[in-house]
Write a protein that binds this ligand. Structure first.
Ligand code: ATP
Ligand code: MG
Length: 342
């Protein structure tokens, strides 16, 4: 596929600083994150400049990012508060995605602090199944997030095209997602908006967890905010109770069901009906679902968070082990080197 890029108009050069609208909520999270970065070896350490400054600077040229550094390509998707476009950095032809957010819309919805949190959290995460945020910049009207380009697009699109995944494919995606969740939980981050639309695929089909707009860094406190998308929310969130990282384990169970069945387990007409179904926690499985998959989903969809399967335990579950052993058998049967006439 050829990608058409347009030269960026020079008049788009950034003039104002995002920090003019800095929200007082951001400071404690910044501090907590830098503390986490100092104690956890696999989060990149960035010493010296403040977080906001580090994030704004192209580490190669040591200059602040600006829109004229990029050629702009096709639209990749639309979010609630802006668009995502394909972009190519002019200097070294690096392909990325630019998420463009409009400041007035963020202000109107009173979610500037949420965007700040999204930037601060995603910038610090380094994992093969988490979409990288390379930096950000802004002009008077917009904020631009420089993101890793996920060529395969939304997993949701692939699920809708296939109607449902076979259980081995579902297990493969669930292992990648569990690995990403395990990593963020280790760093005291909860995603809170796990759903197929927020899971992207790169050009090789590797899963990339994206959209940290609802994520929260919470080393000490348990949360009570109601957030995320109803179908995937754990009962403790819909009931407005305290919640912790185990809400992501619940969403992993909802996703496993949706991957295998083709629709989420508590889907109903309208939010109220969905809410009642989540509260009741009743599960119905079509006959094609294997007993291993059903048990796996039931272990994650435990209403009591303390009884919910831990992420570290999923690898030993027969649903995951079965698909991984098939992978090994396939690799043994199809060796990569074929000796002709040997
Ligand atoms: P919403 O709140 O509606 O989920 P949002 O404003 O948080 O939207 P995103 O979910 O980050 O925006 O992005 C919107 C869409 O753009 C995605 O669902 C996806 O289709 C596309 N998209 C986002 N980031 C990328 C990327 N890095 N590579 C390819 N496509 C992307
Ligand atoms: Mg999204």
């Amino acid at each position: 596929m050829s990608i058409g890029f347009a030269q960026t108009p020079q008049s788009y050069t950034s003039t104002s600083r995002f920090s003019h609208t800095r929200h007082s909520n951001s400071a404690p999270i910044c501090r907590k994150l830098s503390k986490a970065a100092n104690t956890k070896p696999d989060i990149e350490k960035r010493k010296g400049k403040s977080f906001q400054d580090r994030c704004l600077i192209n580490r190669r040229t040591k200059k602040e990012w600006k829109l004229t550094d990029f050629d702009i390509g096709q639209s990749l998707g639309r979010g609630k508060f802006g668009n995502v476009v394909l972009a190519r950095e002019k200097d070294n032809q690096f392909i990325c995605a630019l998420k463009v957010l409009y400041k007035d819309q963020l202000k109107k919805a009173n979610i500037e602090h949420q965007v700040r949190r999204e930037i601060e959290i995603q910038y610090h995460l380094r994992h093969e199944n988490i979409l990288k945020l390379f930096g950000y910049f802004y002009d008077e009207k917009r904020i631009f997030l420089i993101l890793e380009y996920a060529k395969g697009g939304e997993l949701y699109k692939h699920l809708k095209a296939k109607k449902r995944f076979d259980e081995d494919t579902a297990a493969k995606y669930i292992v990648s997602l569990a690995s990403a969740l395990d990593y963020i939980h280790l760093h005291n981050v909860i995603h809170r908006d796990i759903k197929p639309e927020n899971i992207l695929l790169d050009g090789k089909g590797n899963l990339k967890l994206a959209d940290f707009g609802w994520a929260v860094h919470t080393p000490l406190h348990r949360r009570t905010t109601v957030c995320g998308t109803l179908d995937y929310l754990a009962p403790e969130i819909v009931l407005g109770k305290h919640h912790d990282e185990k809400v992501d384990n619940w969403s992993l169970g909802v996703l496993t069901y949706e991957f295998i069945v083709g629709r989420p387990p508590f889907e109903a007409d309208g939010n109220k009906a969905t809410y009642l179904r989540i509260k009741a926690g009743e599960l119905h499985f079509p006959s094609h679902v294997s007993s291993a998959a059903e048990d796996f989903i039931r272990c994650l969809l435990q209403r009591d968070p303390s009884r919910r399967m831990k992420l570290s335990a999923i690898y030993a579950h027969p649903f995951i082990k079965k698909s991984q052993s098939k992978d090994i058998i396939q690799q043994e049967q199809c060796p990569s080197t074929v000796i002709v006439g040997g």
